[in-house]
Design a protein around this ligand. Structure first.
Ligand code: IPD
Ligand code: CA
Ligand code: CA
Length: 266
């Protein structure tokens, strides 16, 4: 296995197992509001510190882009993109669905990905060109050809409620033909589940690079596509993301178009 993937797995397990041990301690945690509806706890921060510590001990010259502590450029072309706890709202409510997400980008290209769900002890990994796995078993996206009958995942735009009317129109369009839609509260796991064929497809408005980077490589290595709302590759910049197997991806992108307000056009 890739040594860099190994280090990422070590970091994700250490952070994830720490988070899982804190589940019984939630009422005593220090919780801060970063913005309206957006909370961070000392667990997010400590988990992130563990991850960065593990990665930089192994690779002191690598750069970091992490949700809670921001960007630190390294001296070379490697950058780790880290969400120490994706699904903080779930965690803070004791809703056991959250994950650690770590990706490695080299010269702008995603190379390694780890998403670890410490409650289910599921470890999703991908290396560019080598496929995607969950707990060492190969995973693939589903073969569903269109929204018809699909099980889709999504997230609500709770931080940018001005997008809710457009979101509602997208939801109504997909819901009319899909079998059902899930909002489980962790974008990283949503993307991992698309890669694993547990969801047919996914879309969300306004994500951040750390929510998506590892999931994006998992999906591509599992035979799927991920893109922005015009079906292009700018999702890490725009935060608007859609994913699925290649045929479903095209159907989702086509169906999104009439609902895109100006700020959502990419
Ligand atoms: C959030 C989760 C959620 C998504 C939000 C993300 P966080 O990440 O992934 O599912 O809807 O947009 O910000 O804040 O728990 O790391
Ligand atoms: Ca997140
Ligand atoms: Ca987070």
């Amino acid at each position: 296995m890739q040594p860099m993937l190994n280090i990422a797995i070590r970091a994700a397990r250490s952070a994830g197992d720490f988070i899982a041990r804190q589940v019984g301690n939630i009422p005593n945690l220090l919780i801060e509001a970063k913005a309206g509806n957006d909370f961070v706890s000392e667990v997010d921060r400590q988990a992130e510190a563990r991850i960065i510590d593990t990665l930089l001990k192994a690779y002191p010259d690598h750069g970091i882009l992490a949700e809670e502590s921001g960007q630190h450029s390294g001296s070379g072309e490697f950058e780790w993109i880290i969400d120490p706890l994706d699904g903080t709202a779930n965690f803070l409510h004791g809703f056991p669905h959250f994950a650690v997400s770590i990706a490695l980008r080299q010269g702008g290209k995603l190379q390694q990905a780890v998403i670890y769900d410490p409650m289910k002890q599921e470890l999703f990994t991908a290396s560019k060109g080598a496929g995607a796995t969950v707990n060492n078993r190969r995973i693939r996206v589903t073969k569903r050809k269109s929204v018809e009958g699909a099980l889709l995942g999504t997230g609500f735009p709770f931080r940018a409620k001005e997008h809710f009317p457009a979101y509602q129109a997208m939801f109504a369009d997909f819901f009319a033909d899909a079998s059902d839609i899930r909002r489980a509260g962790s974008a990283a796991l949503d993307l991992a589940y698309v890669a694993a064929g547990r969801l047919d497809g996914f879309w969300e408005i306004g994500l951040k690079p750390w929510d998506m980077a590892a999931g994006a490589l998992l999906i591509r290595e599992a035979g799927g596509l991920i893109g922005d709302f015009s079906g292009e590759g700018d999702y890490l910049q725009t935060g608007n993301v859609v994913a699925g197997n290649p045929r479903l991806f095209s159907d989702l992108v086509r169906r999104l178009q009439p609902h895109l307000t100006e700020p959502l056009k990419r």
